[in-house]
Design a binder for this molecule. Structure first.
Ligand code: SAM
Length: 409
């Protein structure tokens, strides 16, 4: 059913929000102040036409914007876009009654993302490689993605050619691409047996010297060079398909905030450490306890530390599920500074232990302002002072925002 709305504001997921008979109606790709015509019914509408456009509306940078579900907000003028992102963090703090205005957002832009996971499926004789449509499992075939570093975008035809040999008749495969400092690291996960002929053909497609490593279901197919990331004084070879901060500049900005805050601490802990984005930098000045549930990430951290020779102070590691078994206040007795950087769900159990501890300084890193604010509330209630919260636009054009919060006892 066709209906016309005047958009009042942008919602938390970047949709235009209007009010109809006292209820909120969400219209993707509509901006505040616009009059829009929509089809479909219920709370979520489909934008049919912008009847009168906002002056803040700009031309999206990608030809797939509006069909590909990767980006929600390429059509909003930049200063308003950044204001909306900062507001997501501000509102999360307000909901937990944390009285602190966030620092100015650290912005990033197009052509900066260094880690991406593509989905590929077979559609008849064709292979479709791209990202899911918004709110569906349909994969949008992409010919460009200006969010990515140009060297990943340039490799799209090769990634597509590799996927064409490996995508099974039914089901999807995932292709993770990380632009390491010395070449691309491509890790493919098919979730099923791959016939030898398909495997050999995929290897044949990867002759591009820009590819440093190609793995299939954790098996090495090609290692032209050992892929490397520079993390402080250390060199890291990330585990195939493992977590890497999405934008190098964002990683460096987060690390600078964390290491400055924990500068005077002699003994530190990095919880949810991954391969040591923070631990390897903190170890330039302090001993570090790194705790994480992914064994491959910890093995990488140990290797990087060993290869750094005597340049770093001791790092000890523990493989542990920090949701079920957080590091206890007692275990943190000798630790002066902690950084924790959990997945989107946050670190409630770990924050509860920190709240009981005597740790002097804490840096909380998060990609979810809601769970971050909840964890900060636990710490503030136990006597920590919230010094600053800095939003970082690591995930451009999406409703996701990274933030670093600094606290002291
Ligand atoms: C947002 S990443 C941060 C990693 C690292 N700090 C970095 O910057 O590269 C979150 C990390 O938490 C780890 N993780 C997820 N669930 C966990 C759990 N239950 N216990 C411990 N670590 C977990 C993941 O393996 C991942 O390395």
């Amino acid at each position: 059913m066709s209906a016309t709305f005047i958009i009042e504001r942008l919602g938390n997921r970047g949709d235009g929000v209007a009010t109809a008979e006292g209820d909120s109606v969400y219209v993707p790709y509509a901006l505040p102040g616009e009059t829009v015509q929509t089809s479909s019914e219920g709370e979520r509408r489909k934008l049919e036409q912008v009847v009168s456009a906002s002056r803040a509306r700009i031309k999206p940078i990608c030809s797939h914007f509006g069909t590909c579900g990767g980006c929600h907000l390429q059509h909003l003028e930049r200063s308003l876009y950044l204001k909306w992102k900062s507001r997501l963090v501000e509102e999360a703090l307000e909901r937990e009654e944390l009285e602190l205005k966030p620092e100015p957002i650290i912005p990033f832009g197009a052509h900066e993302r260094r880690r991406v996971v593509f989905t590929a499926i077979r559609s008849g004789a064709e292979t479709v490689l791209g990202f899911s449509e918004r709110n569906t499992n349909r994969v949008v075939d992409i010919s460009q993605c200006p969010v990515l570093l140009p060297r990943i975008e340039q490799a799209l035809p090769v990634v597509q050619a590799i996927a064409a040999h490996l995508a099974p008749r039914s089901g999807a495969i995932k292709l993770s691409v990380v632009a390491c400092d010395n070449g691309l690291d491509i890790a493919i996960s098919t979730g099923s047996f791959t016939p030898e002929e398909a495997r050999q053909k995929a290897i044949g497609e990867a002759s591009d010297p820009a590819i440093a490593r190609l793995t299939l279901n954790d098996e090495m197919l090609i290692e032209r060079r050992r892929p490397l990331l520079v993390i402080g004084r250390a060199l890291v070879t990330p585990p195939p398909g493992g977590f890497v901060q999405a934008v190098q500049g964002a990683e460096q900005a987060m690390a600078a905030l964390v290491t400055k805050h924990l500068f005077d601490c002699k003994h530190t802990a990095d919880l949810f450490s991954g391969f040591g984005t923070f631990a390897l930098r903190l170890a330039e000045r302090s001993t570090v306890l790194a705790v994480e549930s992914d064994g491959a990430a910890l093995a990488t951290l140990v290797r990087s530390w060993r290869e750094a020779g005597g340049a770093l102070k001791p790092i000890s590691t523990a493989k542990r599920d920090l949701f079920r078994s957080p590091v206890t206040a007692h275990e943190l007795k000798k630790i002066e500074g902690v950084v924790f950087d959990p997945p989107r769900g946050g670190a409630q159990a770990q924050a509860t232990q920190l709240a009981k501890s005597g740790v002097a300084r804490i840096a909380a890193v998060s990609c979810n302002p809601g769970s971050l604010a909840r964890d900060l509330r636990i710490l503030v209630d136990s006597g920590y002072r919230l010094l600053s919260v800095t939003p970082i636009d690591q995930f451009v054009f999406t409703p996701h925002v990274e933030a670093v919060a600094l606290l002291e006892r």
